[in-house]
Design a protein around this ligand. Structure first.
Ligand code: DQA
Length: 148
């Protein structure tokens, strides 16, 4: 089983970027936690961070027939990203949206997600735990799909 992990713009700065909001862990720390959990769950991860919406879309397209699921933190793209919305809608596998912070409790313009309508579910507000909870969920959903 192969799960895509997509990190959007500015998440390369995790640990240094507004740590009171996003936490002190770096992106490498978060990815290490995900890799450890993936080993436990017996799944392979393809992890990509990009500051460019098109790179995230190209990664989805390249994996349309290879991935069994995806977890995506679209970061700032969340709030305006029609092209990423459309790309996720086109994927045949389950996708979970992830946010470190609770976007419902932040500025009003962050309350709307362009991505939420086309994902299986959203996990937010739990810091790095949002990612690990999402990985557990997407693997479970993908395995259920395999059985059908
Ligand atoms: C974020 C929330 C977004 O509003 C913000 O633009 C980000 C990170 C989060 O993980 O909490 O860059 O997706």
């Amino acid at each position: 089983m192969r799960i895509l992990v997509l990190h959007g713009p500015n998440l390369n700065l995790l640990g240094r970027r507004e740590p009171h909001i996003y936490g002190k862990e770096t992106l490498a720390d978060v990815n290490a936690r995900l890799e450890a959990l993936a080993r436990e769950l017996g799944t392979e991860l393809v992890i990509v961070q990009s500051n460019h919406e098109g790179v995230l879309i190209d990664t989805l397209h390249a994996n349309i027939d290879k991935a069994d699921g995806a977890i995506v933190n679209p970061a700032g793209i969340t709030h305006y990203g029609v092209p990423l919305h459309d790309a996720i809608a086109a994927m045949p596998f389950p996708v979970i949206e992830v946010h470190l912070s609770n976007i419902a409790a932040r500025e009003e313009w962050r309350h709307r997600s362009m991505i939420s309508p086309v994902v299986d579910g959203t996990i937010q507000g739990l810091g790095w735990r949002s990612y690990t909870a999402a990985l557990r969920a997407v693997v479970e959903i993908a395995r259920e799909k395999e059985k059908r």
